[in-house]
Design a binder for this molecule. Sequence first.
Ligand SMILES: Nc1ncnc2c1ncn2[C@@H]1O[C@H](COP(=O)(O)OP(=O)(O)O)[C@@H](O)[C@H]1O
Ligand SMILES: [Mg+2]
Length: 665
Amino acid sequence: MEDLRAYEPGSSSGFATTSERYSNQMVARKEKRLPTVEETNVVGMKNDVEAVKGKLLEGAMERVVVAIWGMGGLGKTTLAKKVYNDRDIQNHFCYRAWVYVSQEYNIRELLLGIANCVTTLTDEQKRKNENELGEEVYKCLQGKRNLIVLDDIWNTDVWRGLSSYFPAESNKSRVLITTRREDIVVDAHSDCYKLQLLGEKESWELFLNKVGTRAVLTWPGLEEFKKEIVAKCKGLPLTIVVLGGLLSLKDLTRDSWLKVLKSMDWHLSQGPDSCLGILALSYNDLPSYLKPCFLYCGVFPEDSEIKATKLIRLWVAEGFVQKRGKETLEDVAEDYLYELIQRSMIQVADTRDDGRVKSCRIHDLLRDLAISEAKEEKLFEVAENIDVEVLPTSVRRLISSNISQTNSPHLKNSNIRSLILNRSIDEGDEIGRLPPSIGRFVNLQTLDLGYNVIQIPHTIWKLQQMRHLNCYNCRISSRQSMRERSEGLSTSTTILFPGLECLYKLHLVGTIRKLPVETTLYPPNLMQLKLLYTKMEEDPMPILGRLPNLRILTLLQDPYVGTEMNCNHEGFLRLEFLQMQELWSLEDLSVEEGAMPNLKTLKIKCCDKMRKFPDGLLQLKKLQRLNLYEVSQELMSEVLETQGEDWNRIRHIITSQVPPPIRGY
Ligand SMILES: Nc1ncnc2c1ncn2[C@@H]1O[C@H](COP(=O)(O)OP(=O)(O)O)[C@@H](O)[C@H]1O
Ligand SMILES: [Mg+2]
């Protein structure tokens, strides 16, 4: 289903600076180890933490803005995080909220981020505009001692835009900002803490921590070595961890380390900024399979949290991941991720309970490097808006941060394979429109428009190569619905995907109400379909049952508002996986004989009005897994207590969870 083509040799030639032999050895040698979460390995900072804590805990009753100021890569975010998670701080403040600001900030999104830290917003609240959301935040924070962290501010307008939404009460509330710009420190009238570079001792300690070995301590001439490394990194933690990460993966011999340091001299001679030189060196040292993966991280907005599963899926889809024995490509990709983390090229943002990485983040200096290298390698280009009149035709992937200015009819680069909108446009902005000439991108395989409200023209049907289409809030016009809309008759959205033969997987999020009835209007090879929040009013099963290649169907979060569903005789002939979740009104699901003969997994979750287990499911010979979670007591009792051979078989494969005694609390 996925495109497993290897990374194209043409464009990968630039990635082969390190020998393949070395990289293959690396993979063989490296056992699957989980990267350590950085916060636990912080060196020094004790005094810094105490000083900032002091500013937050003591002093004036009025709201005070405290700033951590210093250059990029110095550890401002690390320090702020340590303070934020400190027990005394947690005990002192009633509410704490943290948002990453970055250069591409949007006040409404920041408010949303803050609100999400202190309350649970309803869907309706989430749709509010900046002012209304600001009022919600204000109401929430009012009367409570709170700490708001605004990490990495670049623009004085951020604090000016936000400050009125935070109550200025006399209750010792605090705002903690981090920034590398002095004018912001001054403009916010903040109490400033200037973070210093690490001293020689701490630099060396951090370096050894990252390298993960103390064996070097026995090397002859160690002092010289130590001096050189400390001098090159100039006390900047980011440089130290990146260099340490690089050396931690080299053979533990003096010679191999000296070689790296020598090559560093060349990089340092390229520009005045040693930090950037070391970062460039570590990029160049990446094995060829990791280079495109690292560069691809530049696609994501600055300071954004990147879900590991999403990143891995994208790498695989882009063909960056090489087959390795019997391992799945996703497993290999996860190793790639860990290697980039080990090298400190990517940071861990969050981990799962089992210690695996849940999400990650790229430091903005490394992101800048990724974007400029990606342009050089022609891997992707980041454009202000997607009027690509001026782009060379060699560009294959285009990342844009602005789609509201795309009315230009001039999209003409037919070589583009991926078009990704990497940030959302303001609420209240006009609906963005993709120009009809999008139909000329005959090689387009990935169109990712995020959560933006965008009108897609009907010429999209011409894109026969399309594989990944993410358009959560888009209106896709058919000729007919365009006409209807122009007459002001239709407010509904018609979704049609005929002729997209390569589209196998489709996720649709948002109100649809009614699916098109004609199966010829769906992608003919559709295998996976996920419908979320669609609030369909008519039973979708008779229609979906007729999609000839559908194998995985997921209906989630209020997909259907009716009370009955019927899976017809001979419907869903190839379906193997069915998940039905949060169909709050569903009372009766019936499965006729002969339907879903190939179903292997069925998950029914949070459908608490369903009182009866569908008889038709008892006949399914291939059913291997049945999950029932938060279903009604009646349904559970029926399944657990009814006598008979078929019921015994069902009980054998069931995993369930008895509903909690009181719902809604
Ligand atoms: N004192 C420290 N000990 C260990 N690692 C550090 C320290 N300070 C910074 N780092 C590491 O350096 C990198 C950059 O730090 P970060 O806090 O993101 O910098 P900034 O926010 O100032 O740009 C991160 O990978 C972080 O883990
Ligand atoms: Mg930072």
